[in-house]
Design a protein around this ligand. Structure first.
Ligand SMILES: NC(=O)C1=CN([C@@H]2O[C@H](COP(=O)(O)OP(=O)(O)OC[C@H]3O[C@@H](n4cnc5c(N)ncnc54)[C@H](OP(=O)(O)O)[C@@H]3O)[C@@H](O)[C@H]2O)C=CC1
Ligand SMILES: CC(=O)[C@@H](O)[C@H](O)COP(=O)(O)O
Ligand SMILES: [Mn+2]
Length: 381
């Protein structure tokens, strides 16, 4: 039995993790959860899964829930609450599925407490990969990828020597606007952007897929998870999202991981690693039904956010923090209909241009640059 602390339980990854817990009551138990503001869903989750600790975003919501449920459940709130859920004493593994860099401090604290980390929250690795991987190494803590491409690479690497990798090929669907040119992007709507061709995900990552920032974040995420230089990390456009990523080795052999687009598969692999568990409800891949798979070279001028991410990753220091924070602020503004789609990349470019990089930043420097970058983006809205 594995006891899980689930951060972001009300989100897309969070609710799919709950489906897995429901499907395997003999293997997984929800020990603690965190959520943001979706209190109606939190109530339902408490009733069904009976966690011992619940963290929500505001004190008011924590007080309301405390008055409704048994005193055996601890209710906490805010950033401190998120940390309490992450380090909950009875949990064996933390599944970090919150959105954004708010997931960083709880991750570091969970590593400090010696917990295994299953990481979906890519912004944490982008903004402070050196701190997360450094702390994990020091504490001998496993960081298990949940993101589908990184899970694919991780699966391809089982039993392999990472020194023998010549290249990673991270696949990209192309997102909602893959068939549009840059001129056509000027007039796209929020509703169109939220219509991902292959995956049903939270709104922020769906917009990131449309701008190709999601792939940029994934390149930086891969750099940290697999300790590989950027020259060895490529992106390949693959419309069908059937091949989740590939690893090329120095003898020219290529290993890929395939499957129907279903996030429960990589989530479950992180929870059961190094074993696998039957997942009856997942659709099996039938290649004869699909017939053909398509591949295309990435056009870095068409997808500028991907270029910005490579630039930020290669520069290092606090530039990835700026890339991530500017992107979070700009995407949030787009979701609130305050800016156009194409403005997202312009704001990120502006924030990166003005930034004076701090080398080897500690947590407080990262938090400060994150805050200051968001503030800068807001002045431009
Ligand atoms: N969705 C997917 O298929 C994939 C997602 N990922 C990554 O996983 C992470 C989660 O994505 P996804 O599930 O789509 O996101 P969602 O937006 O669906 O869910 C985000 C979760 O975080 C909570 N949350 C938001 N803000 C805060 C905050 N300030 N404090 C505490 N909790 C907060 C939300 O709570 P509430 O809703 O209650 O307000 C919700 O539970 C992201 O980093 C994403 O890039 C990676 C691969 C695939
Ligand atoms: C499911 C998942 O891992 C997402 O990050 C996915 O990669 C989004 O698809 P694209 O970014 O390839 O459009
Ligand atoms: Mn992904």
């Amino acid at each position: 039995m594995k006891y899980i602390s689930l951060l972001g339980a009300t989100g897309s990854i969070g609710t799919q993790t709950l489906e897995l817990i429901r499907e395997h009551p003999g293997h997984f138990r929800l020990a603690a959860l965190s959520a943001g503001k979706n209190i109606d869903l939190v109530r339902k989750i408490i009733e069904e899964f009976e966690p011992k600790l619940v963290s929500v975003q505001t004190k008011e919501d924590a007080d309301t829930l405390r008055s409704e449920f048994s005193s055996k459940i601890t209710f906490v709130h805010g950033e401190e609450g998120l940390i309490e859920a992450a380090v909950y004493k009875e949990s064996d593994i933390i599944l970090n599925a919150v959105i954004g860099s708010v997931g960083l401090t709880p991750t570091l604290q969970a590593i400090e407490a010696g917990k295994t980390i299953a990481i979906a929250n890519k912004e944490t690795l982008v903004t402070a990969g050196h701190l997360v991987m450094g702390a994990a190494k020091e504490k001998n803590v496993e960081i298990l990828p949940v993101d589908s491409e990184h899970s694919a690479i991780f699966q391809c690497l089982q039993g392999e020597d990472t020194k023998e990798i010549s290249r990673l090929l991270i696949t990209a669907s192309g997102g909602s606007f893959r068939d549009l040119n840059r001129d056509e992007l000027q007039s796209v709507t929020l509703e169109q952007a939220l219509n991902h061709p292959n995956w049903s995900m939270g709104s922020k990552i769906t917009i990131d897929s449309a701008t190709m920032m999601n792939k940029g974040l994934e390149v930086i995420e891969a750099h940290w998870l697999f300790d590989l230089e950027y020259e060895k990390i490529d992106v390949l456009l693959h419309r069908e999202s059937i091949i989740h990523s590939l690893v090329e080795f120095h003898d020219s052999s290529v290993i890929a991981q395939l499957g129907t687009p279903d996030m429960r598969v990589p989530i479950q692999y992180a929870l059961t690693y190094p074993k696998r568990l039957a997942l009856q409800s997942a659709k099996k891949l039938d290649l004869t039904e699909i017939g053909r798979l398509h591949f295309q070279k990435m056009d870095m001028d068409r997808y500028r956010c991907l270029q910005y991410a490579y630039d930020a990753g290669r520069s290092g220091g606090t530039l990835p923090t700026v890339l991530n924070a500017a992107n979070e602020a700009a995407v949030h503004a787009f979701l609130e209909r305050k800016i156009s789609f194409i403005r997202i990349e312009e704001l990120i470019e502006k924030a990166m241009e003005r930034h004076e990089i701090i080398r080897n930043p500690d947590l407080s420097a990262i938090r400060e640059v994150d805050r200051e970058t968001r503030q800068f983006v807001h002045t431009l809205l």
